[in-house]
Design a protein around this ligand. Structure first.
Ligand SMILES: [Zn+2]
Ligand SMILES: [Zn+2]
Length: 426
């Protein structure tokens, strides 16, 4: 039974990863050489079982490299099969199910700063996109459309049946994590979720609450991804090397996930501390926020995501309140984000609404490329041609570097009509 197996995925980690403190303890995760990205011998092993790398999987990894060097091509078919399995069999979807549905990765993000969590009710499934203001206004109560990120895209499959690469999701299941207790999930987001508070007016407190949605999603997702990397290597040691035995992207990606997790963590604490002060007294927020109010009725997409611009981690939300907004927030350490300031200046000084939407387009494309926590209106999505759906998926998964400009221009017009809900040809 799959149910049993899913629970099994996490049973072996339970003695190491159980509480909030465990998930946010840097020592529970591996460290990598900054040069080669290879795991450091005396640190925790990449399989996350708590032993040092040199005493755990290192020997197995050396064997894998040796085998692939000496037997080129032999493992390829096995690996292809492994990645092309049905969605429910893929390790990535098993880990997601075990983490979210079965609450195996569960903690309250407010534990350290607010304390006094609602343990009686245990951790709840919380929406990292607000249910009313964002999801209902996007969907009118219907399902929403999300990318199926578990699939490995290849040209044949994309052109044969593009519907496999998207999922219809009931809004109660969209953008769900297990990252707040019931009490804090209600209290902390009162200014953007409680009835009567749902109209966005750009107050400091609302901007922090939206940013908190984005960062708590991203942190949860990073942790889940780290467990995915651990499961992947437990199931197939060959993932660490390329067909010729050279190092694959595996360790570099793993390193990047852990590093980003611990760049985000202090920012989450900062946000929670500011929110705590703002809720109890007149206080100032250090969060910089840039708002684009769109000159249309609504935008057919919603997202809440952390995206890096000019080496600064930004918290981006796209919402449909009374008007549609793109809200970009960040903590200005030493500098502002120049490209976003420029865009904002150009946007505000322009009086032609269609031109404004053109100006925003490259920024929105960037969001399509970098977002995981992103959803579309279903009716509008089904009006898209299959070619545009293929294009959108490729942009999302691989970026635009390899797509010819003519092809982009051609499909961008259709995508703009889809997202903006109007024809913006000048
Ligand atoms: Zn190990
Ligand atoms: Zn709590």
């Amino acid at each position: 039974m799959d149910f049993q197996k899913d629970e099994g995925i996490f049973r072996k980690y339970k003695h190491i990863f159980n509480t909030y403190e465990d998930f946010f303890n840097r020592d529970n995760y591996p460290k990598f050489s900054a040069k080669s990205y290879l795991p450091i011998d005396e640190e925790v092993c990449v399989c996350l079982m708590g032993k040092q790398y040199k005493d755990c999987c290192k020997t197995k990894h050396k064997e894998a490299i040796k085998f692939r060097k000496e037997n080129p091509g032999v493992i390829e078919e096995e690996l292809d099969q492994f990645y092309l399995q049905k969605d429910s069999k893929l390790i990535s979807s098993k880990v997601e199910k075990a983490s979210v549905n079965k609450k195996n990765i569960a903690y309250c993000s407010a534990h350290e700063v607010f304390g006094d969590c609602d343990h009686g009710n245990h951790m709840r499934h919380s929406h990292t996109l607000t249910e009313n203001n964002v999801l209902r206004n996007l969907s009118f109560g219907d399902k929403v459309i999300g990318f199926n990120d578990h699939k490995v895209p290849n040209e044949d499959a994309l052109n044969k049946d593009i519907s496999m690469f998207y999922s219809e999701i009931p809004i109660e299941n969209a953008s769900v994590t297990v990252s707040f207790c019931k009490k804090h999930d209600e209290e902390l987001f009162a200014d953007i979720e409680k009835d009567g508070n749902t109209d966005y007016s750009g107050t400091s407190i609302q901007n922090i609450e939206y940013s908190l949605k984005a960062i708590t999603f991203d942190i949860y997702y990073k942790i889940m991804n780290i467990f995915y990397m651990a499961e992947l290597i437990r199931n197939n040691k060959y993932a660490i090397c390329s067909p010729d035995g050279s190092q694959s992207e595996y360790f570099r990606n793993y390193h990047h996930s852990v590093e980003t997790l611990f760049r985000l963590y202090p920012l989450m604490l900062k946000m929670l501390n500011e929110l705590k002060r703002l809720k109890t007294q007149e206080a100032e927020s250090k969060l910089e926020t840039i708002i684009f109010e769109l000159p249309i009725e609504r935008i057919n997409l919603s997202l809440s995501e952390v995206i890096e611009y000019e080496d600064i981690l930004c918290f981006v939300n796209v919402i449909n309140s009374k008007k549609p907004y793109i809200i970009v927030s960040y903590y200005k350490e030493s500098k502002r984000i120049i490209s976003i300031d420029k865009l904002k200046k150009m946007y505000d000084s322009c009086e032609n609404e269609k031109l404004q939407l053109w100006y925003l387009w490259n920024f929105i494309k960037e969001l399509l490329i970098n977002s995981i926590n992103i959803y579309f209106n279903k009716t509008a999505f089904y009006d898209l041609s299959d070619e545009a759906k293929v294009y959108l998926y490729i942009v999302h998964r691989e970026g635009i570097a390899d797509i010819p400009p003519e092809w982009q221009n051609f499909h961008d017009i259709e995508l703009m009509r889809f997202l903006y809900g109007c024809n913006i040809m000048l």
